[in-house]
Unconditional design. Structure first.
Length: 151
């Protein structure tokens, strides 16, 4: 019990204050076209973009668009309870072409990432965090993503 109190106090002291929504503070990836004698090549400039989406909302970056489709699992331990395991949240994420064509679907856990072509997609945070045993409505969820193009 003492360990739970120490961990809780430590998290409160060293945790950044939560932001309800992240604003898009970065610029989109700049692309230019280089032409050789026999082909045209798109040159992608490294960069990143933070986006916050609700279910079924879309955001595009580089050569893809992402769309959170559904909540697969919500087993995070509510703040007011003491649990044996912390639990996790997992979502289904659709990856689309910029034209809107479905490319693939991924199941992603908070903190995990994957690559879609040259774009690294990280699910940074899922809010709100459960409180007591009240079920969170799907419309209330927000998903914070970091989209990056690295060299």
């Amino acid at each position: 019990m003492a360990l739970v109190v120490i961990v809780s106090v430590t998290l409160l002291i060293f945790s950044p204050s939560p932001e309800p929504f992240l604003e898009d503070t970065s610029s989109d990836v700049a692309t230019s076209t280089a032409t050789s004698a026999d082909e045209t090549i798109d040159v992608v400039t490294p960069g990143s973009k933070e986006v916050t989406l609700a279910l079924q909302e879309k955001a595009s970056y580089n050569d893809i668009a992402i769309q959170p489709a559904s909540i697969i699992e919500e087993s995070r331990c509510p703040k007011s309870l003491t649990c044996i395991q912390a639990g996790r949240v997992r979502i289904s994420l659709n990856i689309l072409s910029l034209e809107g064509e479905h490319i693939l679907s991924k199941v992603l856990e908070e903190g995990a990432f994957f690559y879609a072509g040259s774009t690294k997609v990280t699910l940074v945070k899922v809010t709100p965090f459960p409180v007591d045993s009240v079920k969170i409505a799907d419309k209330d969820y927000r998903f914070e993503f970091l989209l990056e193009v690295v060299e």
